[in-house]
Design a protein around this ligand. Structure first.
Ligand code: PLP
Length: 352
């Protein structure tokens, strides 16, 4: 069985839109795409009058090197959010198929599924928010095409070991595509599931430049998977998804100097995460700080509403995650600069 057997037959049979830039590359005089012959005012050499490369080779290659995969295993889109949407649309037949998620977790998996009219099967995480592989596998019916695992998990911050991901991949073989969302993996102790791609054809890994790479505003993320899965999703990816200025910003951020800067900032976040966890954990009014492998902390309060308001009145906005199962007393606080974190501690330390 091929992993493509899990995908929608219509998508596998679809003849994709063929854009001008796909049909002919190269050439000195481009009169095939109805673009303006002139660069826009203030273009600064970006060539924004030209449609961008659908999958810019330089960016794909740099990402492939960064993630230690082959270029054919990389699909770049507008944030990993776009990859989630493409996966659901390619694999789930409306009104028939399902995805499986483990709440409390990132909300976009369920939203994308509902837009596609795919069912959302929810199997709660274990009481300590660890992956519950047995419960998860027991819920995998033939209708389940995609299993989403968020590692480290948002909004709890809990990491999942690579061994646990691999055991799950082994047990899902031939049944569903395992999608491991690694939006925060750069902040974690363990490695990436991308290292398992060549062993499990039904594995996909989501990575993003929005968090550790500080490019949330450029909207760039990728799906790492088998070349066949990448090719399948390219069929339904819009023709020119990646704006030239965003690609240019990403190439700068991923340059050797940019990588040094990013690694430095990741180090700061990890140190600050530990400092914040210790300081918050010792505070009156704080019940617990959940262990985090990400760039945020989920914090349980005696009165989370009061803590939220107190921070808000001081001009500090954190995420109220009380609507998530198991987190009815919690706020999610992103790790900021050391000075920003000091402000959080000062405001909350003033008494809850
Ligand atoms: C932030 C986040 C994303 C979204 O990333 P984009 O690349 O900005 O779309 C994906 N998954 C999780 C778990 C996130 O927290």
């Amino acid at each position: 069985m091929s992993v493509l057997d899990l995908a929608r037959a219509e998508i596998r049979a679809l003849v994709p839109y063929s854009s001008a830039r796909m049909e002919a590359t190269g050439g000195a005089l481009l009169l095939n795409a109805n673009e303006s012959a002139w660069a826009p005012f203030g273009d600064a050499g970006m060539d924004c009058h030209r449609y961008p490369d659908p999958q810019p080779a330089a960016l794909v290659e740099r990402l492939a090197t960064l993630y230690a995969v082959r270029p054919a295993q990389v699909l770049v889109g507008r944030g990993s959010d776009e990859a989630i949407d493409l996966l659901v649309r390619a694999f789930c037949r409306a009104g028939e198929d399902a995805i499986l998620v483990q709440p409390p977790t990132f909300g976009m998996y369920a939203v994308c599924a509902r837009v596609q009219n795919a069912r959302v099967i929810e199997v709660p995480l274990a009481a300590d928010f660890a992956l519950d592989a047995d419960a998860l596998l027991a819920a995998v019916t033939p209708a389940v095409k995609l299993v989403f695992v968020c590692a480290p998990n948002n909004p709890t911050g809990a990491g999942i070991s690579l061994e646990a991901v691999e055991r799950l991949a082994q047990r899902l073989a031939g049944r569903a595509l395992l999608v491991v969302d690694e939006a925060y993996v750069e902040f974690a102790d363990g490695g990436s599931a991308a290292s398992l791609l060549d062993r499990y054809e039904h594995l996909a890994v989501l990575r993003t430049l929005s968090k550790a790479w500080a490019l949330a505003g450029a909207r760039l993320g990728c799906l790492l998977a088998q070349p066949e899965v990448v090719a399948l999703l390219r069929r339904i990816l819009p023709p020119y998804p990646l704006p030239r200025p965003c690609v240019a910003a990403a190439l700068e951020a991923l340059s050797p100097a940019g990588q040094v800067a990013a690694r430095e900032r990741i180090g700061v976040v990890r140190v600050e995460r530990a400092r914040m966890a210790a300081a918050l954990g010792a505070m009156a009014g704080v019940r617990a700080v959940l262990p985090s492998q990400a760039n945020f902390l989920a914090v349980r309060f005696e009165d989370a509403g009061a803590a939220y308001r107190r921070l808000f009145e001081a001009g500090i906005v954190v995420r109220d995650v009380r609507r998530y199962p198991g987190l009815a007393d919690a706020l999610r606080i992103t790790v900021g600069t050391p000075r920003e974190n000091d402000r959080v501690l000062a405001v909350l330390g003033g008494g809850l």
